[in-house]
Write a protein that binds this ligand. Structure first.
Ligand code: MN
Ligand code: MN
Length: 277
């Protein structure tokens, strides 16, 4: 098992886990506010050792800051609280690892990390483009998160992988800026070279997985990846300078088997080990 026991944040640590239990703007099924709790719970059943990375969490210095208290009815206030927590992590010279929550929680996190690292690049794993200008007139929505990120970061600093759903306008935009890539080995090598030694923020919308292995999410989309594909991605990203990361959109109660939470916790383990290596 690995254990997210809350450590005193005054203890030395390299990576800080921040729970952001927010699902105020989801477009379909709610429940991602229970994501951080689901991941912590499932982490108890998972080994600390990753055979593929040949690394053990026991050699990784991380601390769990617990869940932020967020006023679900106020999107702006919730995002401001998340941003403040991420800034605090960065000021303490730790790498922020945000557990969602819905995908909009990545926006304040990436904003804060970008402020510290102006040459930041972002890699997004997702089923959905999240490149809408607005969703039903609302600009601060999980369906628009990458569009909001691109407004300050620039589309040319974003790569998207696993995307299989979006509007015609979103696809036109992604093609114009060549943000889309695939999990093929040659494309992963190209992605790694594109990142180079620039600081990387990795945002993993867990609905990138196929609903067969990850039904516990608000907006399931057929045609997703399996665990082994994710593992290949993680392996390909070895050596990247990860300065911020998140795992979002687990809605544990939408999967009565509990397997989605286990998958999410296992992803978090691999992401922690990747960041520490
Ligand atoms: Mn998303
Ligand atoms: Mn998605």
């Amino acid at each position: 098992m690995f254990d997210f026991t809350q450590k005193d944040l005054k203890d030395n640590h390299d990576i800080r886990i921040i729970g952001a239990p927010f699902d105020g703007t989801v477009s379909f099924r709610p429940g991602a506010r229970f994501g951080p709790a689901g991941i912590r719970d499932a982490s108890n059943g998972i080994e600390t050792y990753s055979p593929i990375l040949d690394k053990d969490l026991e050699s990784v210095s991380y601390a769990d800051a617990g869940d932020l208290e967020l006023p679900m009815g106020s999107v702006e206030t919730s995002l401001a609280i998340i941003r403040e927590a991420v800034e605090e992590a960065l000021n303490d010279e730790t790498i922020p690892f945000v557990l969602g929550g819905e995908h909009l929680v990545s926006l304040p996190a990436i904003q804060a990390v970008y402020e510290k690292y102006p040459d930041l690049v972002v890699v997004q794993l997702d089923a959905h483009a999240d490149q809408r200008e607005d969703y039903l007139g609302v600009k601060l929505s999980h369906a628009c998160v990458m569009k909001r990120v691109a407004e300050f970061l620039g589309q040319e600093h974003i790569r998207q992988i696993g995307i299989r759903s979006g509007t015609k306008e979103e696809y036109n935009l992604m093609h114009d800026y060549s943000t889309l890539t695939t999990f093929r080995d040659d494309d992963l090598a190209i992605l790694k070279a594109w990142i180079g030694d620039r600081p990387l923020y990795l945002t993993v919308d867990l609905d990138v997985f196929d609903p067969a292995s990850f039904p516990g999410t608000g907006t399931p989309e057929p045609g997703g990846i399996d665990w082994w594909t994710f593992q290949r991605f993680i392996t390909a990203m070895k050596g990247c300078d990860i300065v911020g990361l998140d795992a979002v959109e687990l809605a544990p109660q939408l999967d009565v088997s509990g397997c989605s939470s286990v998958l999410a916790a296992k992803c978090v383990r691999e992401m922690l080990l990747l960041t520490a290596s």
